[in-house]
Design a protein around this ligand. Structure first.
Ligand code: MN
Length: 385
């Protein structure tokens, strides 16, 4: 079984989202929670970008017990100096450096040439290697970079000592089969690839970040860069909770991660609250409705056997139980189930009476909660003793 490294970038790619900014105390708490969750790498920030981020990377380096702590830099010496300094107290430091490799980036960002960019990439990796053993190289906009040139860059930086090759689909452009083929091409054509691991870093502009990361894994990548709740630039990144549960359920026996899945729900809420970034109710794995059933047919099926309509036991991600939501689409099975929860074990004729009342109430309001149910059932059936 192959271990997939989980590289969390909630504090770097996620934190750069407008409105998501965290103060130092919050960053330390998130980093501690990530370390407890079992991620392999915490990308703690971009040290040259601000004194606050530098200080945060430094403090996270001192605090983190298990995970590798990583700092971002451009292929610029002062960036790498700053990252190395910020990481100096980390027990397992990693410098993440790189440069844009797509035609667009080379032409419009750098006004440069493929050969000159390759030289800068190699120089940056060699420079970072003076400070730390573990150097990750990112080929920005690799998603739109020609595979042959990308392989040349990868081969050169591996020869210069890069330990991880990050192949970002920076703009969220690739289709899953294209991204998978890219990883496969590198895996098969980069000389010395056995000395490094390939990493996915996918953006969600077309809603494909998770699918692309999984395609990467199935074609030879061994690290996934992701964030809690999929937060990140624009439409966000690959969601950590999604790839972890896909690996656990659908790629079982082939790949595994060290993430403690029972902490996922709590972690999602913690990051959402700290970063003031609500999670959509229908979000996979951690959304409010991910384990909620509201139509009569589904409710009846779930009450008979959860597996009729659920592929994951909610307890595996830290949710106590599936929820049966009472709406005008609910049937008798759901009403009986929820009535029992509030203390009314109804006989069949009682259920018929209660159902008539319930459906009138449910037509008037969106959802019938426990208080409504209690009032309704007490009026109908309570006897004074
Ligand atoms: Mn990114």
């Amino acid at each position: 079984m192959d271990k997939i490294q989980i590289f969390d970038t909630t504090l770097r790619d996620g934190e750069q989202v407008p409105g998501c900014k965290l103060n130092m105390a919050q960053k330390l708490k998130v980093a501690k929670a990530l370390d407890d969750l079992g991620v392999d790498v915490i990308e703690a920030g971009f040290p040259i970008s601000s004194p606050g981020d530098f200080a945060a990377v430094q403090a996270i380096s001192k605090q983190t017990k298990n995970a590798v702590v990583c700092g971002l830099s451009r292929s610029v010496e002062k960036d790498i100096d700053s990252a190395a300094q910020a990481l100096q107290y980390a027990s397992r430091p990693r410098i993440h450096t790189g440069i844009g490799t797509s035609e667009t980036h080379i032409k419009y960002k750098f006004d440069s040439t493929q050969d000159a960019i390759l030289e800068r990439a190699v120089a940056a990796v060699k420079y970072a290697k003076q400070y730390v053993e573990d150097v990750e190289f990112y080929a920005e906009d690799a998603g739109r970079t020609d595979n042959e040139y990308l392989a040349r860059v990868c081969q050169a930086v591996v020869a210069a000592g890069a330990t991880v090759l990050n192949i970002p689909d920076t703009t969220g452009y690739c289709l899953p089969h294209e991204y998978g083929e890219k990883i496969k091409y590198l895996y098969e054509n980069v000389e010395g690839i056995d000395k490094a691991i390939l990493s996915t870093h996918c953006h969600n502009d077309l809603g494909l970040a998770t699918a692309n990361a999984i395609a990467g894994i199935e074609n030879g990548a061994r690290q996934i860069e992701c964030t809690i709740n999929g937060i990140g630039e624009r439409a966000g990144n690959t969601a950590l909770e999604e790839v972890v549960m896909i690996i656990k359920h659908r790629l079982k026996g082939v790949y595994a991660t060290d993430v403690n899945t029972q902490m996922l729900n709590e972690m999602s809420r913690f990051v959402s609250d700290s970063m003031c970034m609500p999670v959509q109710p229908n979000k996979a794995i951690v959304g409010d409705n991910a384990f909620a059933h509201s139509s009569g047919i589904h409710q009846d099926g779930v009450i008979k056997n959860r597996e009729n309509y659920e592929i994951i036991d909610p307890r595996e991600v830290g949710i106590n139980q599936s929820s049966i939501i009472l709406t005008a689409r609910s049937g008798r099975a759901a009403l009986a189930y929820r009535a029992k929860e509030v203390g009314f074990d109804l006989f069949k004729d009682q259920l018929d009476i209660a159902y008539g009342e319930f459906i009138n109430l449910a037509d008037k309001q969106k959802e019938v909660n426990n208080d409504d149910l209690n009032v309704m059932l007490s009026k109908l059936f309570s006897v004074s003793v």
